[in-house]
Design a protein around this ligand. Structure first.
Ligand SMILES: Nc1ncnc2c1ncn2[C@@H]1O[C@H](COP(=O)(O)OP(=O)(O)OP(=O)(O)O)[C@@H](O)[C@H]1O
Ligand SMILES: [Mg+2]
Length: 492
């Protein structure tokens, strides 16, 4: 406390009053004086005091009477009784009535100060305790307010919120969650998460996060279905201060309307692409007839122009085919015929189809197999994956490069790797290359024609086989795409 302690001296003897006043102010106290009980009560009501020094024998109002009044009005202020030798009994009586201590007149300065100091300490402790208590109450109040505010916010959110504990029991959820998951009956926390989440993908993701296996990835996002709703679930682990996973938080967003719009867009693109493909193919065919000279001989310049036209038409047809592939993949219709397949011959065919292109670019194509086992797959899809990866490897490698394709059985998976010694991809671009229409800007590959759909198609096909694709790359050294396809894929 920075303020001085206020000591009120109540004594009818001026000498005593002033003596005490001198000693106390000399020791840093703020001393106030009253010569009778009434005056003392007035000061207490006005300025107040921290300690009272009270003479028992006074006119107007006796010390006992003042003590009684202060005890009932100001029970926290310690009262020290000043008493003569002959009246120790009454001082003891006063102690019984609640006085803090007494001193006998005439008193020694040391003893007097010790008594006052003790009373001051007691008073200070009490003030501090009171302050602490007040703060505590305020903190509890704030906490409660904060809690109810949070609860209101979570309950009003349009997104579903779900928090689970170590045992994958729901410990917090909001009305939006129940609405999005189409759960009608009210649930009492905690309850098993599988009682409201039916989607196996989300359930196993939450299990993975809880076990810590998926936790390195801070946030995991996936699309799930619930009744007629399409939802995006974004899940993250909850850590305790030691860094252990103690639960999960999932936020659900309704993306039904977005999905519908996306479907309409895909339908539109695929319709337009279809409408363009037939006339373009017809034009391509007629131009070929002209180019071959089957409709009459052509001169050098005419032939050259026609050739360039045909090349452009081929690029357009390629784009249209890619667009059709993508919209088929997005509609979930990309991989429809999965049959037991031996990948060896398929890969070998796909590679030999690329050999001419590789030679044209001065690139060596290598191919190797090991422990191949049959798997359930769509042959057309796998061919597309391989030809896209090899085309990229050739397109984005300088002359004299090497492209190797290898396939091998790896436990429950088939591993397919396409590796090149090309220009590579900067690390910050890697997460984006599987996006539709994304192309890396690189001075050496500026002339390579493309639409940025190839890898999106590859990823779509791999996903439809419940496989995974990953990429590693060192700029100016090369790139390595690795695909893992589960050997028993369809009924997983
Ligand atoms: N092997 C590779 N080496 C270096 N960069 C690559 C490699 N493969 C892909 N890329 C980069 O990733 C981008 C996306 O590849 P993607 O196959 O999706 O599209 P694209 O080849 O540009 O066009 P297309 O739709 O005709 O395939 C490429 O533009 C290229 O910048
Ligand atoms: Mg490509």
């Amino acid at each position: 406390m920075n303020e001085k302690m206020k000591v009120l001296i109540v004594d009818d003897e001026r000498v005593v009053r002033e003596g005490c006043h001198r000693v106390l102010t000399g020791k840093g106290y703020d001393a106030l004086m009253a010569e009778n009980g009434q005056e003392a009560m007035n000061i207490l009501a006005g300025k107040g005091a921290d300690i009272i020094l009270l003479d028992l024998k006074m006119p107007v109002m006796s010390g006992e009477e003042v003590l009684e009044k202060t005890q009932s009005l100001y029970p926290d202020i310690p009262v020290i009784i000043i008493t003569g030798h002959g009246t120790i009994d009454s001082a003891v009586d006063c102690m019984k009535k609640g006085a803090y201590d007494f001193i006998t007149k005439p008193f020694q300065v040391d003893q007097f100060l010790m008594t006052v100091n003790r009373a001051a300490e007691k008073r200070l402790l009490e003030i501090k305790a009171r302050q602490f208590q007040r703060e505590n109450i305020r903190n509890l109040y704030d906490l409660n307010l904060e809690k109810s505010r949070l609860k209101t916010i979570i309950n009003c959110m349009a997104n579903g919120v779900m928090v689970t504990n170590r045992n994958l029991e729901v410990v917090l959820h909001n009305p939006a969650l129940m609405r999005l998951l189409e759960v009608r009956e009210p649930m009492e926390n905690p309850f098993d998460v599988s009682r409201i989440v039916r989607d196996n993908g989300l359930l196993s993701m939450l299990e993975g996060i809880q076990k810590g296996s998926a936790a390195e990835q801070a946030v995991i996002s996936q699309e799930i279905g619930a009744g007629k709703n399409a939802l995006r679930a974004v899940s993250a682990p909850v850590f305790d201060p030691d860094g252990d996973v103690v639960g999960t938080v999932t936020v659900l967003e309704d993306i039904t309307a977005f999905k519908e719009l996306d479907e309409m867009k895909s339908d539109f693109v695929s319709m337009v692409a279809h409408e363009l493909r037939s006339p373009l193919s017809a034009i391509r065919q007629q131009n070929s007839v002209l180019y071959e000279g089957l409709a009459g001989p052509l001169e050098g310049k005419q032939k050259e122009l026609l050739e360039r036209g045909i090349q452009k038409i081929d690029q357009l047809l390629e784009l249209i085919n890619n667009l059709l592939d993508i919209s088929r993949i997005e509609a979930g219709k990309a991989v429809q015929r999965k049959i037991p397949l031996d990948l060896g011959p398929i890969i070998r065919d796909a590679v030999s189809l690329m050999e001419a292109k590789a030679r044209e670019h001065g690139i060596k194509l290598l191919c190797s197999f090991q422990d191949l086992k049959p798997l359930q797959a769509d042959a057309e899809g796998i061919r597309e994956v391989i030809s896209n990866l090899i085309t990229n490897a050739i397109n984005y490698s300088p002359e004299g490069g090497k492209v190797s394709i290898s396939a091998r059985g790896l436990g429950e998976y088939l591993e397919l790797v396409v590796e090149d010694t090309g220009v590579g991809i900067p690390e910050e671009e890697l997460p984006k290359i599987f996006d539709k229409f994304y192309r890396v800007k690189h001075p050496k590959t500026r002339k390579v024609m493309g639409t940025g759909l190839g890898l999106a198609i590859v990823k779509g096909i791999v996903d439809a086989h419940q496989g995974t694709i990953s990429v590693e790359s060192v700029p100016e050294e090369g790139t390595r795409f690795r695909i893992l396809l589960p050997l028993i894929s369809s009924d997983r």
